[in-house]
Design a protein around this ligand. Sequence first.
Ligand code: GRF
Length: 195
Amino acid sequence: KNIVILISGGGSNMAAIVKAAESERWAARLDARVAAVISNKADAGGLAIARGQGIPTSVVSHKDFASREEFDAALAREVDVHAPTLVVLAGFMRILTPWFVTRYAGRLINIHPSLLPAFPGLNTHRRAIEAGCRVAGVTVHEVTVELDHGPILAQAAVPVLPDDTPDALAARVLAQEHRVYPRAVADWLRRADTN
Ligand code: GRF
């Protein structure tokens, strides 16, 4: 089973999944492997991490396409080279078209740095602090055509501390992302085995 991970930046969530696949021996135990890491940004730091792990990488730059639809079609062509069982969005900062989401329906997941349905969209940590929340966290969910609203697969909560800054909260949430996402991917693969 091939996992394709889409990134736009540092790729720390991708790196955590790659590390778990190695340390938990997903190839032997789940017949699963990270087949490719694809980014829409040529300068995404995560590309160097993936290459360092011997994982094929490619770049499909949204700048090269006149429309969202044309970009998504090119991205899907590249994704399909690896015949993915599961497509993992990890810090992927593009809103995908309904066409793309529908094409991978049921095998497309994302990580969002809030306890959905609270705080869909951007700047989640600043918004949680400004709202006076006492807890914040992360959600792994299936991607549907409605942004940040698909069925929830996993969540983890962290405390919001007095005088927390968005960066401090982001770091606390990110540590949980790196624990929760690999486990959610492994659980998804196990379920895919039995279905
Ligand atoms: C993280 O906050 C993640 O929740 C969001 O993108 C940020 C960076 O992720 N989706 P990564 O380090 O590129 O995996």
